[in-house]
Design a protein. Sequence first.
Length: 105
Amino acid sequence: MPEVTTRTAPREKLMTDLKLVIADAEELLRLTAGQAGDKATEMRLRMQARMEQAKADLARLQDAAMVGAKDAGRAADMYVHENPWPAIGAAAGLGFVLGLLVSRR
């Protein structure tokens, strides 16, 4: 289980960072909306298109992460139901080791 947490933490941070970048870029677009010039307008349109694409990609990434987490949970649930004694033994062993580590402090 710690491995799943280790993997999801960077993804969640990446998603949070991407949301912040998108929000900042949207704010920049709003602030520069009054700027005149063909190049400025063209740049704004390109940035808006890329931001919409980034939002869509981020939504897909979040959906895929959610599906992966649900699949992992279902797989663990099925394993425990199919193999209850090994699962109980593994949980007891892990609890024993963690208890030893905590008691040493």
